[in-house]
Structure formats: structure tokens, C-alpha cells
Write a protein that binds this ligand. Structure first.
Ligand code: SAH
Length: 293
């Protein structure tokens, strides 16, 4: 961290946050490295990993349902490679489903987990990938999406590993706790969320992210949030306020395509793997900073 001055950042629902300038102003400045930062007096190890997604080829042929935007239709195979086998998506799902390559990458990080909960399962983009190696509790408040999820899981041959539940995450989540890993892609609040220049997690996500974090902390020691790429990482780190007992380890997994950041998986808790050499280096850098102060 050489000569990064420490600055004070004011998060909306948090006290002042001392952070290294190295990580600001945009996520694009993140490096694949480990840093120790202080947020609301909590010391948090922050690891950043950048994942470059393969370029997809658009396919505009075929019978597009009238309600599907052309762009989404052209990239349907990036959402589900088995789209032609009869995948079902309602209107909202066309723009909220997690692309398969990203869902696969996230699922690969969960190897060894026996039970995974998806608190906002939708039509199954993530659930299906998790179910290839774990038992998955898939909650969604919308019964139509849960029906589609059941159907889509059958197409991918994983339905025996999925327990679909219609209901609210806040009721059904705690009822089925604990689980090894809790994954959540809450509603981002509109079509243009992932292209917004800066995305306020406290303003845009509904149900409120603070309520989601508080509930999540009672369900698992390992939490994953899937968010737009333009979130403020310091706002995300301030969520420890609501999850005080989770291990203070965070991995920002940044998904980029053609050099722009699209989305972000935030891994929080015990299962974040930290390389011991990098931990030592991060600790050493912190000491240097303290000495300078
Ligand atoms: N990851 C999913 C998409 C999730 S979109 C996929 O890849 O398919 C967010 C989902 O949250 C929507 O399906 C919406 O119906 C659901 N949702 C909204 N409020 C909820 C609540 N309180 N509890 C559970 N699900 C909720």
C-alpha cells in the first residue's frame, strides 16, 4: 500500500470509515490483492479478484416472445446455455437472472458446502449451478417464479437437489437455518441498475439491504451478495454493522466484460480464502501506515 493516505468516507448509515485511497474512486481501481482496511473501527481483510467473462456472440434468430427486449433475446444463451430445451423466464427474470458463466463461477467457490440457501432464488440462475454440487433451499416470494425454477431445474437435471419454497426470505430464511452458505441476489430496483454510474445499495435495493444483512447473519456464517458492479464497496463493507459476528473477511469478485465492470459477487465470512503470505503482507502494510500516523 505504499504511500496511500488514509481518507475518511461517510457512508449513509455508518460512522466515518477510514479507508485507503488505493481502492477509490471506482471499483475499476481494485487490484487482485489483499488489503486490511478499517471500517467503523472494525479491521476487515478485503480481497479483490477480477474475473474476465468470455465475450458472447449475439444470436438474434428464433421466435422472440413479444415482451422480451431484443438485446436480452440476443444474449439468451449467456443466461441459460440450455435455453432451447424449454427454459422458462417471466418478464422480470429476463433482466434479473444471473448469467450462467457468473453463476458457475460463484458455485465453484462453494465447493464443500452441503447446504446452500438462495434467499431470492428467482427462476433459478444461481440455484441450478449450486445444485450441481450441493443441496439447495431456494426461496422466492413469487409463486410463478418458483414454478419456473422447478421446471428449469428439471431441464438441468438437478431438481432432486433443490427444495423450492414460496415465501418471504425474512420468514422462510430463518426457518430453514442454519446453512453452510447463504447466497442472495436481492431485487436491484429497475432495469438500468447494473449500468448506473454509481449505485446506492441503501437507496435502490428493496427489501432494504440493512434488513437483509441482519437476517442473513442469523442464517449462515458465510454470506454471498450479488450486486451491480457500480456499488460503493465501502457502503458494502459498512454492512458489518448488521452482521457483527461474521468473520471479518470479504472477497469482492468483480465480473468484467470488454473491460467494463458488470456485476459483483461479495463473499463475506469464514469461507473467504486468504493466502497466508498475502495476509502477512497486508498486516505489514497496516503497521507501516500506523507508524506513519
Ligand atoms: N438470482 C436469481 C434472480 C433473483 S431476482 C436468478 O438468477 O434467477 C430477485 C428475486 O427476489 C425476484 O425473483 C423476486 O421475486 C424475489 N423477491 C423479492 N422480494 C423477496 C422476498 N422478500 N423474499 C424472497 N424473495 C423475494
Amino acid at each position: 500500500m505504499q504511500d496511500d493516505p488514509t481518507i475518511v468516507y461517510k457512508a449513509r448509515h455508518a460512522d466515518s470509515v477510514a479507508v485507503s485511497l488505493d481502492l477509490i474512486p471506482t471499483l475499476a481501481a481494485f487490484k487482485s490483492s489483499l488489503q486490511l482496511v478499517t471500517v467503523n473501527s472494525r479491521r476487515i481483510f478485503v480481497k479483490v479478484v477480477k474475473i474476465r467473462l468470455p465475450q458472447q456472440t449475439p444470436v438474434s434468430t428464433g421466435k422472440k416472445p413479444a415482451f422480451v427486449p431484443q438485446h436480452h433475446w440476443d444474449y439468451r444463451y449467456s443466461l441459460f446455455t440450455k435455453y432451447d430445451n424449454g427454459i422458462q423466464m417471466d418478464e422480470e427474470s429476463w433482466y434479473s437472472v444471473t448469467p450462467e458463466a457468473i453463476a458457475e463461477d460463484i458455485a465453484a467457490l462453494c465447493g464443500g458446502a452441503q447446504t446452500i440457501m438462495d434467499g431470492f432464488g428467482g427462476v433459478g440462475g444461481n440455484v441450478i449451478q449450486f445444485a450441481r454440487s450441493a443441496r439447495v433451499i431456494a426461496i422466492d416470494i413469487d409463486p410463478i417464479k418458483v414454478d419456473m425454477l422447478r421446471h428449469n431445474a428439471r431441464i438441468y437435471g438437478v431438481s432432486e437437489f433443490v427444495k423450492p419454497i414460496v415465501g418471504s426470505f425474512f420468514v422462510e430464511g430463518p426457518r430453514h437455518a442454519p446453512v453452510d452458505i447463504l447466497f442472495m441476489s436481492p431485487p436491484w430496483g429497475g432495469l438500468n441498475a447494473s449500468s448506473a454510474k454509481s449505485y446506492d445499495i441503501f437507496e435502490r435495493i428493496y427489501p432494504p439491504i440493512t434488513q437483509i444483512a441482519r437476517t442473513a447473519a442469523g442464517i449462515s456464517r458465510n454470506v454471498i451478495l450479488y450486486l451491480p458492479g457500480s456499488v460503493d464497496p465501502w457502503a458494502v463493507l459498512s454492512l458489518f454493522e448488521y452482521m457483527p459476528d461474521l468473520a471479518h473477511k470479504v472477497e469482492f469478485r468483480v465480473y468484467c466484460m470488454s473491460n467494463s465492470i458488470k456485476t459483483l459477487a461479495v463473499l463475506i465470512g469464514d469461507f473467504v480464502h486468504l493466502d497466508s503470505l498475502e495476509v502477512a503482507r497486508a498486516l505489514l502494510n497496516t503497521t507501516k501506515d500506523n507508524d506513519r500516523a
